[in-house]
Design a protein around this ligand. Structure first.
Ligand SMILES: *Cc1c(COP(=O)(O)O)cnc(C)c1O
Length: 407
């Protein structure tokens, strides 16, 4: 075995060794070490440039270091960053007003990470179930879908159907019922008098960009309404323009009872998330019921406000719609023996590699060699989700490389 001397090891190798030695091994990243980003581009420590086709799982819809978001952050950094919710600050109110106006709801409860906003929605729906629906104490049920991804807290992984997410982390929170995704009859059969809510992703991103049958969200919302069940949409990944609409639910004219947002709400600059709902649901929370030291802090609020404005002012939903359908068509037109399917909505696209061609990982590694960063999800799927600020020309160049790799 040879050891690399510090002089001959590339910078990348040295950073990889350090991360390997000092970090927990809870991820399996591509071996690229990034040090700078601008718009759709990122640069590694050896000076190579890459097109970011993952956008941090859609947290960077506005592009890296969007000037308006960075400016808002810098300005706020020079004024006030944290008050805790023990006091008011002058950023949270305006931010939540813009968030509520953009999404069409009465009120929003700000948190930081996506998982926290999901937990907030779960607590909201359970308490609403007891208060408004009279569900007997500790009997509230929430229906969730197989192959869901809603985050990594113990309660959330407890209702995952992915063995690895759960293994070794029990015991888990009771009160969740799993049904197949996209199956409206299964939802109908699962609802009972103790069902408080149905929590669902409009497209399952982490499961491999699974798009449910047309009409599913609409029928599910209808079924929930008929039965007095809260319809909860996790739009942490699908929301804020990613799928070609402001929210993916907009594709079917669905208005959920509770809407969960995160990721791009912080513009890739700062973690900002929220559970959004009308008063009927939000008012179950009284002082002391729920909270977060950092949720609603002025820095996050200023960043969130700027992030929302960029999506609106640059019409990123429309860009995503137009470029996404064109890009998907182009991907489908690539003659490749390895591609089983290309699916998605807007710029949330999954390219499925045939099992006979191996896993998606080597394709992602080959793309990395050609300056395109994409990450495999669930073994067979390469996800393409560039920042929504991407141009057609940049995508056209990327297609040349992608086609080469797929042939
Ligand atoms: C990323 C994600 C989450 C969790 O968000 P974190 O910020 O990682 O806690 C929840 N739901 C969906 C659909 C996601 O994509």
């Amino acid at each position: 075995m040879t050891t690399m001397s510090a002089a001959t090891a590339s910078l990348t190798e040295r950073y990889l060794e350090e991360a390997e030695r000092y970090s927990a091994h809870n991820y399996h990243p591509l071996p690229v070490v990034l040090e700078r980003g601008e718009g759709v581009w990122v640069w590694d420590v050896d000076g190579n440039r890459y097109l970011d086709m993952l956008s941090s799982y859609s947290a960077v819809n506005q592009g890296h270091r969007h000037p308006a978001i960075v400016a808002a952050a810098k300005e706020q950094l020079d004024r006030l960053t944290l008050t805790s919710r023990a006091f008011h600050n002058d950023q949270m109110g305006p931010f939540l007003r813009e968030l509520c106006e953009a999404s069409g709801f009465d009120a929003a409860l700000p948190m930081n990470t996506g998982a926290e906003a999901v937990e907030t929605a779960i607590k909201m729906v359970r308490k609403w179930g007891y208060q408004a629906r009279g569900i007997p104490e500790d009997k509230a049920e929430i229906i969730v879908c197989e192959d869901n991804f809603h985050g990594r807290t113990t309660t959330i992984v407890g209702f995952s159907s992915e063995a690895q997410y759960r293994e070794g982390f029990g015991p888990f929170t009771p009160g969740f019922k799993l049904i197949p995704y996209g199956d409206i009859d299964a939802l109908r059969a699962a609802i009972n008098p103790n069902t408080a809510g149905f929590l669902v992703e409009p497209i399952q991103g982490e499961a491999g960009v699974i798009v449910p049958p047309d009409g599913y969200m609409q029928q599910a919302a209808e079924l929930c309404r008929e039965n007095g069940v809260a319809f909860v949409a996790d739009e942490i990944q699908t929301g804020l323009g990613r799928t070609g609409r402001f929210f993916c639910c907009d594709w079917e004219g669905v208005r959920p009872d509770v809407l969960i947002v995160g990721k791009a709400l912080g513009g890739g600059v700062y973690p900002v998330s929220a559970a959004i709902a009308d008063k009927e649901f939000m008012d179950v929370f009284r002082p002391g019921d729920h909270g977060s030291t950092f949720g609603g802090n002025p820095l996050g609020a200023a960043v969130g406000m700027a992030s929302l404005r960029v999506i609106r002012d640059e019409q990123l939903s429309r860009r995503s719609d137009e470029l996404g359908s064109w890009f998907m068509e182009q991907l489908r037109a690539i003659p490749s023996p390895h591609v089983e399917q290309v699916r998605g909505k807007g710029l949330m696209i999954g390219l499925v590699i045939r099992e006979s061609s191996g896993t998606a990982r080597p394709f992602c590694e080959a793309l990395e060699q050609r300056g395109i960063l994409a990450k495999e999800t669930h073994h067979q799927v390469v996800r393409f989700a560039p920042p929504l600020t991407v141009s057609r020309d940049v995508l056209r160049d990327a297609l040349v490389e992608i086609a080469d790799v797929l042939r």
